[in-house]
Design a protein around this ligand. Structure first.
Ligand code: GLY
Length: 371
């Protein structure tokens, strides 16, 4: 069981490979083939955090050394509060101490935070070295590892400092998800459902047919492989059509407009990113129905899927609707004072619009209050 998904960017084409057990062949995958050698240099800096490294560090290093790479390590503290310029210095220090060169490669072994920070360090070290993404969380596998968005947080906002820097390879080993906490697994399922709604009706149908979506142990290896493959294909297609988010790529922000507001107003403590996106998807769906862009029955089908994954579909208790409305105005996605929404038009298609009356947003949010 193996899927190889090309990301067809003219200057930086690469593959996303999804193969169970592939972590032990990372070194071989990084060599490429005789016809298409990847030329990733001989020195590699593996960047990870202590939690992931404890589980997968030894195997990663062994595989790289077996393939002839000289390997150095850099462990960063785990968690969003450490996604800063200060933490980034640790990667640069390790790169300097281990004499990483222009031809060398950083390997990101971890979730989205490790991937974003390692990618940004690779974009800037010696004005750009290679990066290979080895995502270990479901969220990073289906989203952050693909598409080249890298960066760190500013004290006043998430991901405000960053660069586009495409990886040379994304290697996904679904078996590493066995150590992922169940809440993180569910949260990422929100993004998988998102791809079904905005891009891939076939994926949506597969998710509807699945008996369970709430935890990894309830999924067959075949369904997991199919979910990963369809999600990564959706992301790869969108990114290869619009690398720098001049247009189409914005559809990936489905559920993120209200989602970001809910996340930040609850101090990133009450709901995690995927849970907030699930709430945002319900809101966007209801807005689309109110504007007669989407059928009520399809919005209901989406709700049923989110519930099957045991994701939240109502606003957290005590959240202030006016605070949500004013938070929308300060979002990165606001252009010329208009809040941008991604709204579905059928299962598998969505549009981006800034023509949503505030009264409609308010009415939908009121309906979504937790009673
Ligand atoms: N996570 C949204 C994007 O990569 O564009």
């Amino acid at each position: 069981m193996q899927s190889v998904i090309p990301v067809n960017l003219p200057q930086h084409a690469y593959n996303v490979t999804i193969a169970p057990g592939s972590l032990d062949q990372l070194g071989t995958w990084m060599q490429g083939t005789i016809e298409h050698p990847l030329k990733l240099g001989s020195r590699v800096l593996v960047v990870s955090n202590p939690v992931v490294f404890e589980h997968y560090g030894k195997r990663t290093i062994a595989s790289l050394e077996q393939a002839g790479f000289t390997v150095a390590m850099c462990l960063l503290p785990d968690g969003e509060p450490y996604k800063t310029l200060e933490t980034l210095t640790k990667i640069y220090d390790a790169a300097l101490a281990n004499r990483l060169e222009r031809s060398s490669t950083f390997v990101a072994l971890g979730g989205g935070i490790i991937g974003d920070m390692t990618g940004f360090a690779a974009a800037t070290w010696l004005r750009g070295v290679n990066v290979v993404q080895v995502p270990t969380s479901l969220l990073a596998m289906v989203d952050a590892a693909i598409g080249g968005k890298t960066g760190v947080n500013h004290p006043n906002g998430k991901n405000l400092i960053g660069a586009f820097h495409q990886p040379r390879l994304v290697l996904i080993d679904p078996q590493v998800l066995q150590t992922l906490p169940v809440r993180e697994f569910r949260a990422a399922i929100a993004e998988v459902i998102k791809y079904g709604v905005i891009w891939d009706a076939n994926l949506f149908a597969q998710l509807e047919a699945a008996p369970h979506l709430d935890q990894l142990s309830n999924l067959s290896a075949e369904l997991l492989q199919a979910m990963l493959t369809h999600s990564c294909q959706a992301k790869a297609h969108v990114v290869s059509k619009d690398e720098k988010e001049a247009g189409l790529r914005a559809i990936l922000n489905y559920g993120h407009t209200i989602g970001h507001a809910v996340e930040s107003l609850t101090g990133y403590q009450v709901v995690n990113h995927g849970e907030a996106v699930a709430i945002g998807m319900v809101a966007a769906a209801e807005i689309a129905v109110a504007l007669q862009l989407w059928r009520e029955t399809d919005a209901q089908r989406q709700l049923t899927l989110l519930e099957k994954a045991q994701l939240p579909t109502r606003l957290p208790v005590n959240i202030d609707l006016d605070a949500i409305l004013s938070s929308l105005q300060s979002d990165k996605k606001v252009e010329a004072g208009q809040v941008r929404f991604v709204l579905p038009t059928q299962i598998g298609a969505a549009i981006v619009t800034d023509q949503v009356p505030t009264a409609v947003i308010r009415q939908v949010l009121q309906q979504m209050r937790t009673i």
